[in-house]
Design a protein around this ligand. Structure first.
Ligand code: FAQ
Length: 349
């Protein structure tokens, strides 16, 4: 469905053609001209920046912000679907949904690990999530009211997530790009399982068809908001896109990815027999794209500020899970300390 874009290593996984590395970042307190030249050379030649490379502080903080937000989205995103694990309509559906939700936890772990290569600690990032100082995707502040929502999340939310993440496999920061390859493969599978849930419902009873349509009605617009504010116009944010594109972090603007998503999804909706809730949706021959209606950006900013239907519940559940899981972290620390002690050479009496 997405081709094989994410399997491509991008222009450069090897630094064969890279300029010589003048100094090691970890040993250099100042970001000197030589280091800046080295970093600029990597970006110009579309090479990967690796954790020990010197980098501008603004590049590092942009990555930490985006990767943390991304990691938080993966783990908060477990909640709406986990809501349906006990009520999935069959054992097979339950097993598939459990595996999917576990995959999202795994994505969070890769992303926190990748963020840690930039010198932050995941406990610090989680603390920022729990105290509202770092964001997670707006989409996860909406409720899952029926079983069809599990289908709509897979089809539309994972669909939008991969459209945004496939280009991140070519992100200039190596650990993020590499994490994205596996994440995209798994998200692609999730998208298909969501499509299949809706496919079955859309061919079921009258009530099941209505349930599938209702889920699509509720998830369509929030899915379009996932790509972030528009590039231009009164609702555009001051935004990170131009700088992130110059650094090779983002490869496409928010609006370009949103358009690609609409173009990909409309024919899928037609196959499903689901009507997307937008009377302005129309094929534009001249542009070679689907036109679509105005997105409610006031709602988007409201949800981001904390006033979505489930914001409070999501953070409360997350904080409770963190507190209840303290014993796991303590046990892991105790085990690591014991293993480290075993590796110490025996003290000479
Ligand atoms: N929600 O200038 P831009 C998933 C913020 S993973 C919340 O465009 P940027 C898997 C943005 O942070 C879904 N905040 O910013 C899954 C910035 O805030 P700041 C998550 C948003 O970073 C599926 C401000 O607005 N994916 O779904 C959103 O260049 C199913 C201005 O925006 C990622 O995180 C939003 N939708 O571009 C799990 C992918 N949009 O810091 C479970 C990686 C924007 O100025 C079940 N991230 N903001 O206060 C990205 O690609 C980018 O960060 C964007 C935003 C495109 C999201």
């Amino acid at each position: 469905m997405y081709g094989n874009d994410f399997a491509q290593p991008g222009a450069a996984d090897s630094k064969a053609a890279a300029p010589p590395h003048p100094l090691n970042a970890a040993e250099t307190p100042d970001y000197t001209d030589a280091l800046a030249e080295y970093f600029d050379g990597l970006i110009e030649q579309d090479q990967r920046v690796e954790p020990r490379d010197a980098m501008p502080e603004a590049y590092r903080t942009t990555l930490v912000r985006q990767m943390a937000q991304h990691a938080h989205s993966e783990i908060i995103g477990m909640q709406p679907e986990a809501n349906w694990i006990t009520r999935a309509p069959s054992l097979r559906r339950k097993a598939i949904l459990m595996a999917k939700v576990q995959d999202e936890a795994g994505h969070g772990l890769y992303l926190y690990s990748a963020a840690e290569t930039l010198g932050v600690d995941r406990s610090e990032l989680l603390d920022k999530l729990h105290s509202g100082r770092q964001k997670y995707s707006s989409i996860f502040n909406y409720p899952t009211l029926t079983w069809a929502d599990a289908g709509a999340i897979g089809w539309l939310v994972d669909g939008a997530a991969i459209m945004n993440q496939v280009p991140l496999c070519r992100c200039s920061y190596g650990p993020y790009a590499r994490a994205m390859i596996r994440v995209c493969k798994e998200e692609s599978f999730h998208q298909r399982q969501g499509f299949e849930i809706l496919w079955v419902l859309a061919r079921g009873t009258e009530e099941q068809r209505a349930m599938a349509q209702d889920a699509a009605n509720r998830w369509w617009w929030p899915a379009l908001q996932m790509f972030g504010p528009p590039d231009t116009g009164e609702h555009a944010s001051s935004g990170h896109t131009a700088q992130s594109m110059a650094w090779g972090i983002k490869r496409f603007s928010n609006d370009d990815l949103r358009q690609k998503f609409v173009d990909m999804t409309v024919p899928q909706a037609q196959k499903l027999g689901i009507t997307l809730p937008d009377p302005d949706l129309a094929w534009n021959e001249e542009r070679g794209h689907w036109d679509f209606g105005a997105i409610d950006w006031d709602e988007f900013w409201r949800v981001l500020k904390g006033d979505g239907p489930c914001n409070e519940q999501r953070i409360r559940t997350r904080v409770e899970a963190h507190e209840e899981g303290a014993w796991v972290r303590e046990a892991a620390d105790a085990y690591a300390a014991k293993q480290a002690a075993r590796r110490q050479p025996e003290a000479v009496a």
